[in-house]
Design a protein around this ligand. Structure first.
Ligand SMILES: Cc1cc2nc3c(=O)[nH]c(=O)nc-3n(C[C@H](O)[C@H](O)[C@H](O)COP(=O)(O)OP(=O)(O)OC[C@H]3O[C@@H](n4cnc5c(N)ncnc54)[C@H](O)[C@@H]3O)c2cc1C
Length: 241
């Protein structure tokens, strides 16, 4: 969140205008220019960068179907004391394990231990979800003791069927990258710069990814069902650890 805000601040300083809570409902081309339509206004432009990744809707045909949405959630403890920190990840390494619904943990800048995994947590106050971070931290660091969770957050990752991100130019003036498979912070920032260069005239062949046609993920519904069932099963399994 801080990083997104930092990027937004830099963009605004460079002259960008950001319209939050303004979904684009249609992209229309007339005479080589694009009209970007929203419920409250329109913008006309020569070039459009579509950067909706896991949250892609039906704005451009096929984008949504190319992405396999996968849930991801995280919890953060209260800041840990110095003595405990000497015994848990003392070199501040982030770690993750190798089970399919991997568990990852690291410190944030305020010394909170952040722990997360994959899947969509059930809505509401469900015990299996509420107790998950406590059980998981107890399993990873038995000496840590019971911790109060001060934050939790969740979102959607955009997987592709082969775990490779995509670069598309489905019409003249439209560029898009998507499908970061849960690792979009660094590459997304870099490709964002590259998309800007492309909009300013850089050749498509200089882009770090090949231009490919938009293709729906094969057996998307099956994968969505498989991932969700597998991640829920792992979460339930951890109840018995
Ligand atoms: C809990 C969690 C933890 C993660 N941890 C990591 C990590 O440790 N490292 C890492 O590299 N990645 C991580 N990721 C993935 C990373 O957050 C994404 O890869 C990255 O945010 C993608 O950036 P983006 O700008 O392409 O898309 P997003 O940040 O998803 O932004 C897309 C935006 O498009 C908007 N949008 C969608 N449709 C429309 C429309 N029609 N009109 C206008 N706007 C629209 C959405 O509202 C959204 O704001 C994590 C994701 C989650 C959910």
């Amino acid at each position: 969140m801080s990083y997104a805000r930092g990027l937004a601040t830099a963009a605004v300083k460079a002259g960008a205008v950001i319209h939050e809570h303004t979904p684009v409902t249609k992209l229309e081309n007339a005479g080589g220019k694009w009209t970007v339509k929203t419920a409250t206004g329109t913008v006309t432009a020569d070039k459009v960068i579509v950067a909706t990744n896991a949250y892609s809707d039906d704005l451009w045909p096929g984008m949504k179907q190319e992405i396999i949405p996968v849930g991801c959630y995280m919890y953060a403890t209260e800041p840990l004391g110095e003595n405990v920190r000497k015994t848990i990840l003392p070199s501040l390494h982030p770690i993750y394990d190798t089970q399919p619904a991997m568990v990852f943990t690291r410190y944030d800048r305020d010394h909170r231990l952040v722990v997360g995994s994959l899947g969509y947590l059930p809505p509401g106050d469900v015990a299996a979800a509420r107790t998950w971070p406590h059980r998981t931290l107890r399993y990873l660091f038995p000496h840590l003791g019971e911790q109060k969770m001060s934050f939790k957050w969740a979102g959607t990752l955009g997987f592709t069927s082969d775990a490779i991100p995509r670069f598309h130019e489905p019409a003249p003036g439209i560029s898009m990258t998507l499908g970061y498979n849960g690792r979009g912070i660094a590459p997304g920032t870099y490709w964002g710069q590259m998309l800007a260069k492309r909009a300013m005239g850089m050749a498509a062949s200089e882009f770090p990814l090949p231009v490919t046609p938009i293709k729906p993920a094969r057996m998307r519904s099956m994968w969505m069902f498989f991932y969700e069932s597998a991640f829920s099963a792992y979460r339930l399994k951890s109840l018995f650890k």
